[in-house]
Ligand binder design. Structure first.
Ligand SMILES: Cc1ncc(COP(=O)(O)O)c(C=O)c1O
Length: 443
């Protein structure tokens, strides 16, 4: 039996009504990937309010690596709700917060002593990582990447290196942010020859020469694999080179693992693929099985730099979210989801390469573990982004029972963020829908 069950036109009548109410009562700035309203989610499946069932390749934008309503997570939430909902860790201590900090200190990369602080969202984690870096170094500047996405709150947005739709009209931004070009082999012939200075770690010296002294830089912040920027993977030795330069100049190395963390790339954390131990990692999304939570885990001496009272927030490390996170990490470890991510990644890349061999619109296929993408172009020579076509494919997908997300500055990258509990059959069925959607485009 197939997982996808479609019995109405898509969106169905009840989804359409909820879409109408959404448009009436919420601002358009939010944007919606699909016009479908979900009533129930389970594993890698979503059932909408009209009774249609979809395969989910989006996972709440990578927040459901352990699966929708994974066994263990829901029970942990319910049990916690019976004890207490909110206390505020700055008022009284509670065990789930400390246990989660202890666990994250154990599982994040780095053989040094670590400490962890919890917040509510990825953006809030990013903001606070910069505050901690500034407090520790006594320096102000931060180096971030072109094409990076670090969130939508003001400092996180200032670090984000994509104008549309995020930055346009939202400035002025935070000062003292400098930008390195991200090594994007598909769009740089020199990168492919590994002779590219502009996209090498040494390019940071150009910034030190022409924009800001190394001694003024508190931190370099990286997404190990670009997320919203289009699932771009740098060369294997790139971050080792960058980290060495950071160490030489007393600059902290921050890994934003909000989208890449928790088994997605075939390692618990993506930066492990590159053999680097960051000074701080920022975690969110799949950290906590679908509850709002973020964390910064970092070197104990760095984390202890800000003075008492300068970090925190009312809800940061909410007990329900902490219990969900402890359970979600247990699911990842118990059910072998790191290994599963590699298997999924192999299967996905094979399917994507097959589609690429049949359809000229697929310019590039890339992936690290289950973080895979196809970049769609109008023409393989010019590599002009196939923006409208990608949107059409995404629509044909959800009409056919598959939820997929786009990425990339041109909105021309189809990315995979399926829950890692997806079955082989569901993966196969999902890809059949995707391939049909691409076929329908070429008529
Ligand atoms: C790499 C990365 N950093 C930060 C964020 C911001 O997280 P949040 O949306 O929870 O604020 C995101 C969100 O997509 C992200 O992908």
């Amino acid at each position: 039996m197939t997982s996808i069950q479609i019995s109405t036109e898509i969106p169905g009548p009840r989804s359409r009504e909820l879409l109408r109410l959404t448009e009436e009562h919420t601002p358009r700035g939010l944007g919606h990937n699909t016009p479908i309203a979900v009533a129930h989610a389970d594993g890698a499946l979503l059932t909408d309010v009209d009774g249609n069932t979809y395969i989910d390749f989006a996972g709440g934008i990578g927040a459901q690596n352990s699966g929708h309503r994974a066994p263990g997570i829901v029970e942990a939430i319910k049990q916690q709700a019976d004890d207490y909902l909110h206390l505020c860790f700055m008022v009284t201590l509670y065990e789930p917060y400390v246990r989660l900090a202890e666990k994250l200190n154990q599982i994040t990369p780095g053989s040094f002593a670590k400490k962890t602080i919890l917040f509510n969202s990825g953006s809030e984690g990013i903001e606070n990582a910069i505050k901690i870096a500034r407090a520790y170094t006594g320096r102000t500047a931060v180096i971030a990447f072109e094409r990076a996405f670090h969130g939508r709150t003001m400092l996180a947005l200032s670090l984000t290196g994509q104008v549309r739709p995020y930055r346009e009209g939202m400035g002025p931004f935070f000062p003292e942010i400098y930008r390195l070009p991200f090594p994007y082999a598909y769009r740089c012939p020199d990168c492919r020859e590994s002779s590219c200075h502009a996209h090498s770690p040494e390019a940071i010296y150009d910034i030190f020469r022409s924009q800001v002294a190394a001694e003024s830089v508190a931190a370099v912040i990286v997404e190990p694999v670009l997320g919203e920027g289009g699932f771009v993977i740098p060369p294997a030795d790139y971050y080792r080179g960058l980290k060495a330069i950071c160490e030489e100049h007393g600059i902290l190395f921050i890994a934003d693992e909000v989208q890449t963390g928790f088994a997605r790339t075939g390692r618990m954390f993506a930066i492990e693929n590159f053999g680097v131990e960051p000074d701080m990692v920022v975690l969110a999304k799949s950290l906590s099985g679908g509850t709002p939570l973020s964390a910064i885990t970092g070197r104990a001496d760095v984390m202890d730099a800000p003075p008492v009272g300068s970090l925190g927030g009312t809800y940061g490390g909410n007990p329900i979210a902490c219990q969900a996170a402890l359970a979600a990490i247990e699911v990842i470890e118990r059910d072998g989801l790191i290994e599963r991510a590699r298997e999924i990644g192999d299967a996905v890349q094979e399917r994507m390469h097959r589609i690429q061999s049949r359809h000229a619109i697929v310019g590039d296929v890339r992936g690290l573990g289950a973080m895979c993408a196809m970049e769609l172009v109008r023409d393989r020579e010019s590599k002009e982004p196939a923006t409208a076509e990608t949107a059409q494919i995404q629509k044909a997908c959800y009409e056919g029972g598959l939820i997929v997300m786009k990425a990339g500055a041109g909105g021309n990258v189809i990315r995979t963020l399926m829950p890692l509990v997806i079955s082989d059959e569901q993966l196969d069925e999902g890809f059949s829908v995707l391939e049909r959607a691409i076929e329908s485009l070429s008529g």
